[in-house]
Write a protein that binds this ligand. Structure first.
Ligand code: DAO
Ligand code: DAO
Length: 222
């Protein structure tokens, strides 16, 4: 994939916020309500990881963002006639959000100290890998490999590190660690698989998903 400059590219590396924050209460992490000129916060949540039954720890807090203009452009014609409560849990609506060419971002802030990259890679071989399989079938080893190989062993993600996963126009997934781009991959399947972890059928944080659905439904109209 060439690194052609899309209309959002220069902005993605300059994700300034507007100074208004939303608190993820359980972790105490706050998220800017706006990222760059077009991304609006849709919801915040917590990613936990269980080690053994009943014992889990918090890995990162996350915020899900979307460009409200894109939501209007791609989803309004089909869904604006439904109330937010009608859209809650509607699978087709979520599928369209995940599959349309809507500029979106996930911002992760690491809470758990001492995550080593090899450990992290193993964990998302499981999480992202299972979604690639779910949506794309068994033949996606190469794509998973391309995604995970962006994260080199020598990278450090101490507590407080901020990671952005940006889905830009054309289903290009850019990954930034503390503001530095570490790679980009053009794949609709990969973008959908990542979003599915936060807004799909079996998510890390169910109340966060409801909040996201609700806000996306609001952005359809205003
Ligand atoms: O610390 O021993 C441990 C367990 C490590 C679990 C790693 C979970 C990583 C989850 C993905 C993080 C993506 C930034
Ligand atoms: O939480 O299991 C999960 C999936 C996380 C999605 C991928 C996050 C990528 C973060 C890379 C940081 C490692 C250097």
């Amino acid at each position: 994939m060439s690194s052609s400059i899309s209309s959002h590219s220069s902005l993605s590396l300059n994700l300034e916020d507007n100074g208004v924050y939303v608190l993820e209460k359980r972790s105490g992490v706050s998220f800017p309500s706006i990222l760059g000129p077009s991304l609006k916060l849709c919801g915040v949540g917590l990613r936990k990881k269980s080690l053994i039954p009943f014992i889990s720890f918090d890995v990162y807090a996350f915020g899900v963002y979307a460009a409200d203009e894109d939501i209007k452009q791609y989803l309004s014609w089909k869904y604006r006639k439904f109330s937010a409560s009608k859209l809650q849990g509607k699978k087709e609506f979520i599928d369209d959000l995940m599959e349309s060419d809507i500029f979106m971002a996930i911002r992760l802030q690491i809470i758990h100290g001492g995550l080593s990259i090899p450990k992290v890679r193993n964990v998302f071989e499981e999480s992202v890998g299972s979604r690639l399989q779910k949506f794309g079938g068994s033949d996606n080893k190469e794509l998973l490999q391309r995604f995970t190989s962006q994260f080199r062993d020598e990278y450090k993600i101490p507590c407080g590190s901020v990671i952005h996963l940006l889905r830009e126009k054309g289903h290009v997934l850019h990954t930034l660690i503390d503001g530095q781009e570490v790679g980009s991959i053009q794949s609709k399947l990969l973008c959908k698989s990542i979003l599915d972890l936060y807004v799909g059928e079996e998510v890390f944080d169910e109340p966060a998903k409801e909040e996201i659905e609700n806000n996306v439904a609001t952005y359809l109209r205003c």
